[in-house]
Design a protein around this ligand. Structure first.
Ligand SMILES: [Zn+2]
Length: 226
């Protein structure tokens, strides 16, 4: 916005000025830091961490009973830090940046007709303000030029999975999902989540999607815990 002062004819770019002052203020109080290594960085993920991420290994596909899972990264180091910030500290920009870095590493995954995210329970979504899996799925859907579908719902809250063993996770998650969306009409879909541990969540959700008509469900995650 350009404001022309009527008497003197002097002008100032108010929008630019406010933006610059705001930036200076933010830099002074809380400079942006890299989500991977905490170094001061203009970008959500700094150049060094970019390099670490681009050169790190990609886990092999994992064949589970009801779904094949692909991960872009191992859940370790920089990846673990970025995901933690994206999930628990509201750093969506870092999550999006990591998702964009994941795209070229997903070349061998069967191409999708649509992408959808593993849903969060309503209470947890409210606490966090967003579903991290949806943030990731939106980036992947855009990169693949396919729609991002909703319709997979979590019909009951499940206790956190992190400290359970495999059998307990399966029992905890069974029946937690339902499909309330349009008929999937033999589409191949990517079921997207942030992290894959035992695969119990992916298997439960994939079963529901197959019942809803999906021709092929592929679990796609940013990182796998090995
Ligand atoms: Zn960094």
């Amino acid at each position: 916005m350009r404001i022309v002062l009527p008497r003197s004819g002097a002008s100032c770019d108010l929008h630019g000025m406010v933006a610059t002052l705001g930036r200076l203020f933010l830099d002074a109080v809380a400079p942006r830091r890299c989500a991977g290594c905490d170094a001061v960085s203009e970008e959500p993920i700094c150049g060094l961490c970019h390099e670490v991420l681009q050169t790190g290994p990609t886990p092999a596909p994992w064949r589970l009973p009801t779904v094949v899972a692909f991960a872009a990264f191992e859940f370790d180091g920089v990846v673990r830090e970025v995901l933690h910030r994206g999930k628990f500290q509201g750093d969506r920009a870092a999550l999006e940046a990591l998702s964009r870095l994941a795209c070229p590493r997903l070349g061998r995954v069967p191409r999708p007709d649509a992408v959808l995210a593993v849903p969060l329970g309503r209470r947890r979504r409210r606490q966090r303000g967003y579903n991290q899996a949806e943030v990731i799925a939106a980036v992947l859907a855009e990169a693949e030029h396919v729609p991002l579908l909703d319709g997979l719902v979590r019909c009951r809250e499940t206790a956190p999975q992190a400290k359970r063993d495999e059998a307990a996770r399966l029992a905890n998650i069974a029946g937690a999902f339902a499909w309330h969306g349009v008929p999937l009409g033999s589409a191949g879909v990517w079921l997207v989540d942030d992290v894959l541990t035992t695969g119990a969540t992916a298997m439960a959700a994939a079963t529901v999607l197959a019942e809803a008509g999906a021709r092929r469900v592929t679990a796609v995650v940013l990182a796998r815990v090995l």
